[in-house]
Design a protein around this ligand. Structure first.
Ligand SMILES: [Fe+2]
Length: 435
């Protein structure tokens, strides 16, 4: 089975995919141009979203100076919560509603950019909070129309949130993560300045780098878009379309870059070539998964981060236990790719090769194991936890982890193999410890 045969047309299957990409500006010094970019978008009064840590950075001052130089009025909101919740989304939306802004600028990691998307949405199209939230937890109503212009400026080489129409948060009442997904939520422009990552701690670069790597691998191995039934109406075509020929381009290049640069970017903050390379990989993977969608490692990650009890990784705030997003994803990945390999072994083999594994003489039956071994080697050399057990879980936690993951229908349905509660329990069991 060659890769091109992944897209086989069937009688009632989908034959169309669409590409919705954020406009991108990339390079050292790009932040200094945000004021002019905002002007071009017609922004005169901006809400600037960030968090308290980013607000102290020199790069944030560069952004603010560029707004002042362009004569743009603005107010700063720095109360974004790392790992946002429905409550923190609501507070941010209130600020946005009251401020009467005609544009939005976000600077920070995925939490900041996602919070800004939600605030822009609820200020532009007020509704009950659960109206736009993914089913089955929310009503998944379509966003009625365009939101205000949003310029997203990522400071970590990870989430790719600047390129996607997805905003993820913890629904406190149910102790689970869910999100809002709509093409309307895609930032109008991403301004990506890789020099923002030069001061990040090694552990943050590692966790966010594995998020990138997994976005790419999951998009590349997602159910092909042709396997979905053709929708009755074009607007019913999901934002997560499944793997498609366009997302494959970004996924493969992001994997190649991660294979070259992830370990170097973690080992040496002074290795700017590697840190720039991971930032570009994050952008490419963001565009890919923004159009293809991710699947099991992400679907399983939400309960891993949501139920965390006593894990305090270095490089992160230590006021409460936290499993950073990229870590909560990658601890599942080796077990998942061993499981999914039989659905598309050539894609698993190609993924391993792009990450730097030697595939000479490797059979299709061995593809999943080879990819899992490559991932484990990268995890070990960059100080990642040893599986789900490495962040504090054991066998008796599996039912709780499964019930959180089973609610992530959008992600589970995008996997190349069918999963039920038993297969999720097996996956968590197999992910408890790897070495
Ligand atoms: Fe992610």
């Amino acid at each position: 089975m060659a890769c091109c045969h992944y897209y086989e047309f069937t009688e009632s299957g989908e034959e169309i995919f669409s590409v919705d990409a954020t406009a991108i500006k990339f390079g050292a010094g790009a932040l200094g141009e945000v004021g002019k970019d905002a002007r071009v978008l017609g922004i005169t009064r901006a809400a600037v979203f960030t968090d308290r840590t980013v607000r102290q950075l020199e790069h944030f001052q560069t952004l603010i100076d560029s707004l002042r130089a362009a004569g743009i009025e603005f107010e700063v909101y720095d109360r974004v919560k790392v790992e946002p919740t429905d409550e923190s989304f609501k507070l941010a939306s209130e600020f946005a509603r009251e401020g009467n802004f005609d544009g939005y600028i976000s600077m920070g990691g995925g939490s900041v950019i996602d919070t800004c998307k939600a605030a822009n949405l609820y200020a532009t199209w007020p509704a009950d909070f659960l109206a736009y939230v993914n089913a089955p937890l929310g009503e998944a109503l379509p966003v009625p129309g365009p939101v205000k212009p949003h310029i997203a400026c990522p400071t970590t080489s990870g989430t790719g949130s600047e390129c996607t129409g997805i905003a993820v948060f913890d629904l406190l009442e149910l102790k689970t993560k869910t999100g809002i997904a709509s093409r309307e939520l895609k930032p109008t422009r991403a301004v990506i300045d890789p020099t923002c990552t030069y001061t990040l701690p090694a552990n943050v670069v590692a966790a966010s780098g594995f998020d990138v790597l997994s976005h790419a691998l999951e998009s590349y191995t997602a159910l092909p878009y042709t396997a979905r039934n053709r929708p009755e109406h074009p607007h019913l075509r999901p934002i997560s379309q499944g793997a498609n020929p366009f997302s494959d381009i970004g996924s493969c290049e992001a994997l190649r870059l991660a294979g070259l640069f992830l370990e170097r970017a973690v080992a040496d903050a002074g290795d700017h070539e590697a840190r720039d390379g991971m930032m570009f990989a994050a952008t490419l993977a963001g565009i890919a998964f923004g159009n293809a969608g991710v699947h099991l490692p992400h679907g399983m990650s939400y309960s891993v981060s949501g139920l965390i009890r006593d894990f305090y990784p270095t490089g992160y705030p230590d006021d409460e236990p936290i499993c950073p997003h990229g870590m909560s994803v990658i601890v599942n990945a080796p077990a998942v790719f061993r499981f999914t390999s039989s659905a598309c072994p050539q894609r698993h083999l190609k993924g391993a090769e792009l990450l730097g594994a030697d595939i000479a003489g490797v059979t299709e039956a061995e593809a999943g194991e080879l990819l899992a071994q490559k991932l484990m080697a990268l995890m070990r050399s960059t100080g990642m936890p040893n599986g789900v057990g490495g962040v504090g879980y054991d066998e008796k936690d599996i039912p709780g982890l499964v019930s959180g993951a089973y609610a992530q229908k959008r992600l589970l349905n995008n996997a190349p193999k069918h999963v039920d509660q038993q297969s999720l329990a097996d996956l968590y069991h197999n992910a408890l410890s790897y070495w």
